[in-house]
Design a protein around this ligand. Structure first.
Ligand code: AMP
Ligand code: ZN
Length: 469
């Protein structure tokens, strides 16, 4: 069976055929490490993780490169703002390097907690300044750049297909009123963008490097072009990001990469839709934003969020609410309980051979390989969990097979073990407090048990306790 993917470039679903027969070159734009990732950012990384898992499940080897943007990403994505890390460093009175280190570590803690598979290569922008300078030199030699007011610009009029990914109407834009477009007198065309900065309107920049054009720092877009080509070659298979990257970041990456090599750069472009909050697109600039740590504080596990994200197609907007997260949590727990009872019953991995099990597997693959239809794939998982006519071993094997793509850590669920005596003592004490209607004490004991890794459940026939999944 083949994998079908929606390619933003062609605006259609295409059969995925990598350039090398079995090996996929995949580049995903990484985080800008000036703050914690919000759960909207994490939605995009989760979609990319699902893509990678589906490619692996379908038999491909995936060479996955992800960058860390630790310099050059300006507020507003254009050329006019302040470097995001520099601004945070000033605010927190720390070195930019420390800010980058701290938030990179925090990012990977979230990444692991959500059970995302680490990239083959993680590359920091600040470690690849040489490759960026080389690429700018190449563009200069081919006549695609100019220097003005100290900065080096890419001239979009030096190529004839600028904006093809976003299908930008350049003429319409030229004629439209410019109120919303920043004015940079140094630009020949307002859509030109900076490849190398030697001046910042916002005072000193801590991160600066020597270059043929003077001491300075790279533009954000050149980073991704230089690093992806360095590790994946001048043309590769898939490039991903959030949809906000289409009109500027990815548009500029394509312009400069193809101008430098004269070749098609990337074959398949995939973009994840936004996670929305009550006020619209979730973003870090909105002050308090939702992080994985905050969800944990509200009593949720990171994988509850993963389950919630899987419940919506990656190309649909998803509105976040605690209520929907609660539903995701209880659904994930029910699946976990079902798997635990399979394990308790001694279920083993086996070879899938019955017609019914093979039909389930085909059904799952049909959905997940058709542009990552995770909501339908989850529905197949539920059908298998509920289908008592399947043999226990086949049922268990199917669930684990599906989880290769879904990443819910169902393979880590172990048989029930005896609950330790000290935990049982706390549980009994909690039951007594509850019977005496001492709600404060009973809640405090429930929290203490949760901290120790046990969930108390109150049902009609009394309370029960089990290890957290
Ligand atoms: P950043 O760390 O700001 O560079 O963003 C990391 C990724 O998150 C990028 O691919 C963005 O496109 C994506 N992103 C930003 N906001 C959202 C959102 N509200 N929902 C989904 N993805 C987002
Ligand atoms: Zn990028």
């Amino acid at each position: 069976m083949s994998v079908q993917l929606y390619n933003t470039m062609s605006r259609s679903i295409e059969t995925f055929v990598p350039a090398k027969e079995d090996e996929v070159g995949l580049y995903t734009c990484g985080p800008t490490v000036y703050n914690y990732a919000h759960i909207g950012n994490l939605r995009t990384f989760l979609f990319e993780d699902t893509l990678k898992r589906v490619l692996l499940q379908s038999g491909f080897t995936v060479n996955h490169v992800m960058n860390i943007t630790d310099v050059g990403h300006l507020t507003g994505d254009g050329d006019d703002g302040e470097d995001k890390l520099q601004r945070m460093a000033k605010e927190q009175q720390q070195s930019v390097w420390d800010i980058a280190d701290f938030y990179t570590t925090a990012f990977f803690a979230d990444f692991d907690a959500l059970n995302m598979i680490r990239p083959t290569i993680v590359c920091k922008a600040t470690d690849h300044i040489e490759q960026m300078i080389d690429l700018i030199k190449r563009l200069e030699e081919r006549g695609h750049t100019y220097t003005s007011g100290g900065n080096v610009y890419f001239s979009i009029d030096s190529i004839d297909d600028y904006g093809k990914l976003a299908r930008l109407d350049l003429e319409g834009m030229q004629n439209a009123s410019r109120e919303d477009v920043e004015v940079d007198d140094h630009k020949r065309n307002p859509k030109d963008f900076v490849l190398w900065f030697t001046r910042s309107k916002h005072g000193d920049q801590e991160m600066m490097w020597p270059s043929p054009w003077g001491r300075g720092f790279p533009g954000w877009h050149i980073e991704c072009s230089a690093m992806s080509m360095h590790y994946l070659g001048e043309s590769f298979d898939i490039h991903c990001g959030g949809i906000d990257a289409i009109p500027v970041h990815h548009t500029n990456e394509i312009a400069q990469s193809e101008a430098a090599t004269g070749k098609e750069w990337v074959k398949y472009w995939l973009h994840g839709e936004f996670l929305l909050d009550d006020t619209g697109k979730m973003s870090k600039s909105k002050g308090e934003f939702l992080t994985l740590a905050l969800l944990k504080k509200h009593g949720f596990e990171p994988l509850d969020y993963r389950y919630l994200v899987l419940g919506a197609h990656y190309r649909s907007q998803l509105r976040f609410s605690f209520q929907s997260l609660k539903m995701a949590q209880s659904a994930r727990r029910r699946i976990g309980e079902a798997v635990r009872s399979m394990v308790n019953g001694g279920a083993q991995r086996t070879t899938i051979s019955s017609d019914a099990a093979l039909a389930y597997r085909d059904d799952f693959l049909t959905h997940i390989q058709h542009d990552l239809n995770t909501p339908q794939a989850l529905a197949v998982l539920w059908s298998v969990v509920k289908d008592g006519t399947l043999g226990a071993d086949e049922r268990y094997t199917l669930v684990l097979y599906f989880d290769q793509a879904l990443g819910l850590r169902l393979d880590a669920i172990e048989a029930d073990e005896e609950i330790p005596a000290d935990i049982m003592a706390l549980f009994d004490e909690r039951n007594r407090a509850k019977a005496a209607k001492d709600w404060e004490k009973s809640d405090a004991l429930r929290s203490e048990l949760a901290q120790k890794g046990y969930v108390v459940k109150d049902g009609q026939s009394g309370s029960s306790i089990e290890k957290k999944m």
